[in-house]
Design a protein around this ligand. Structure first.
Ligand SMILES: [Zn+2]
Length: 345
């Protein structure tokens, strides 16, 4: 395992908020390196420079964790796109790239496992074995390449999340386990989200919470309850979309004509960077320890979140200075003043 001199995730959390950043799959899909639909991170092997660059952009924006892009790089998903033979190479390369960029700054590297689509609560015994084998092979490669902790994310089922937790704990690594929240109150196996977080925490998960599906407006109210019930570290990684009580998840967002717009026509609902900065402040005030972002995330949001937490990050060098804008800034030249009426409406 490559030597790393910095502090681990638990020491960092003890000292304050850790800023995370995800949304790799959606962002690399927008950039033309991942196919929407299967969402398999083929970019890891096909265009490593593109992934390296996005890691670097998140690092410059203040992310303290480089999450290896092994989301959906499991046996089941690779089979779907006919690349099962690339399984080991894809997993190893993803962790290597995360390490490479993490060392350019002071970031940690997280291994990443996720919902497998193989878990079946009605056939718990045999499906659990399949899921466990998928996690074990992914994480054994990740450990060999060097990781600081593991994020098990987007868990629709508490049962599947508990398998992930067990595998991570057997490896002796800190575990961050976060649930998906597509249903109003419960996991797909019927546990209230708050209860499920409590169970994960009681079973030894170091960090618990929610990721994906919900924007800040509909995720934070649940997290507020999780914070009250759980004494350990809590994580939020919402999507940067304007979800609301009638449409609490980005999967349920609809355009004005009633059409579902998930997953590739979501832009009208994107939050602004100011709204994501506000989310970071509110999460901090609630006592959330790991503040991140999920699908739809991009470097400009992460920088705004970092700055909202009072940090100056490498990309802050180019943070907005609207006062220097020639038309809407502080000083408008005489010769342009007559056109201001069109700018200000
Ligand atoms: Zn997501």
């Amino acid at each position: 395992m490559p030597a790393r001199s910095g502090r681990g995730i638990l020491e960092r959390l003890k000292n304050g908020v850790v800023l995370g950043a995800e949304g790799y799959v959606f962002e690399l899909e927008r950039r033309g390196y991942i196919k929407a639909g299967p969402y398999v991170p083929e970019v890891v092997l096909d265009s490593p420079d593109a992934l390296r660059e996005l890691h670097r952009e998140f690092l410059r924006a203040g992310a303290e964790v480089m999450v290896a892009l092994t989301y959906y790089a499991h046996r089941g998903k690779l089979k779907d796109v006919g690349r099962e033979n690339d399984l080991e190479a894809m997993n190893r390369q993803a962790v290597r790239l995360a390490n490479e960029v993490a060392r350019e700054g002071d970031a940690l590297v997280a291994g990443d496992i996720c919902n497998t689509w193989a878990y079946d609560p009605k056939d718990k015994e045999s499906s659990s074995l399949v899921v466990r084998a998928m996690y074990e092979e992914q994480l054994s490669w990740a450990v060999e390449e060097g990781i600081d902790f593991v994020i098990a994310e987007t868990n629709d089922y508490l049962g599947e999340a508990l398998i992930a937790l067990q595998v991570i704990k057997e490896l002796g690594l800190p575990a961050m386990v976060t649930l998906a929240s597509t249903r109003p109150h419960q996991t797909w196996d019927g546990y209230d989200f708050v209860d499920a977080c409590k169970i994960l925490s009681d079973q030894g998960a170091d960090i618990v919470g929610l990721n994906c599906d919900r924007g800040p407006a509909t995720m934070l109210p649940i997290i507020e309850q999780v914070r009250r019930r759980v004494s350990g570290y809590v994580a939020t990684q919402p999507v940067p979309y304007k979800t609301e009580s009638a449409m609490p998840t980005f999967e349920s967002l609809k355009s004005t004509d009633g059409t579902n717009i998930f997953p590739i026509a979501l832009e009208p609902f994107l939050c602004t960077r100011f709204e994501m900065a506000d989310y970071a402040r509110r999460a901090h005030a609630l006592g959330v320890n790991y503040i991140g972002i999920c699908c739809g995330g991009g470097p400009h949001y992460v920088r705004a979140m970092a700055e909202a937490l009072g940090r100056t990050v490498p990309a802050s060098r180019y943070s907005p200075a609207i006062e220097l804008h020639p038309m809407i800034g502080a000083k408008v030249e005489e010769k342009e003043k007559e056109f201001l009426v069109d700018w200000k409406g």
